[in-house]
Design a protein around this ligand. Sequence first.
Ligand code: ZN
Length: 306
Amino acid sequence: MTAHRQLIPNAPPWPNGAKCAVAFTFDLDADSILHLAHHQNATNLVATMSMLQYGPRVAMPRILALFREFKIKQTFFIPAWCIEQYPDAVAATLADGHEIGHHGYLHEHPNELSRERERYWFLRGMDVIEKFTGTRPQGFRAPAYRFSRDTLDILLEEGLRYDASLFGDEIPYRLTNGEGALIELPSHYAMDDWAHYMVGRDLDYMMPIKAPAHAMDVFRSEFDAAWRHGAVWIAVWHPFLSGRLARMEAIGELMDYMSAKGDVWFATLAEITDHIEGLIARGEWSPRTDHLPQYPAPIPEYEEEP
Ligand SMILES: [Zn+2]
């Protein structure tokens, strides 16, 4: 095998000399997405509802047990409405020491809302999380990655320390609106189980389902590359999809593989943010910075024909 080229020139140092940071993160959307897509008719979509409710009811205990076995803490992004609907699943998650991140109220899409409506739902979500967990969330993942041109302003106003919605790198970077800044912890679609497993006629996803082995081939390849290049590996799992038997077994096998390989830092996203902020504060490493909005307006070069 030829030597691997160095693809990331400025990877941050990871704790205890680890080769990479690994965060399995879970988006516990449950049936919020069905009420959002079909508000009036959701209660008549019984099979899809059962598929989604399987997440908090059947998959979550399984997921929590697996992470207890490996003694790994994780980040769970949960729409606030789901916290209200499934308090037992969330209480069990908190009892195991996991982090709860902000994931909207009803999984509403920020970039389809006015700035005022986006702020309204964001604050309503903050309120629920704070009441339920006793602390303010430190991080946010935009539902369906629908980060808007106003989202960063709202995150900074509300004091969030990191975002995990964007795809702009394989190592943490800084997002700024010119006034404040936070840490972006990026992922990408190959690292999201949705692309591998999601089928739902009522939600307009009809794609070929991949065998867990094929899906894990993608996740494992991304992990091996992250390990070689010093990246952060952030996967996005949906309990209703990946909590199913064969897929759950495959996640356990992936965790075995990572543990056996060694020199891996398993962490929550808040812990990764702590580490990165510490490196910056001590002058030991400096991230690159992306400015938002990316453009102030639609580009002038392409105008409608008169
Ligand atoms: Zn989601």
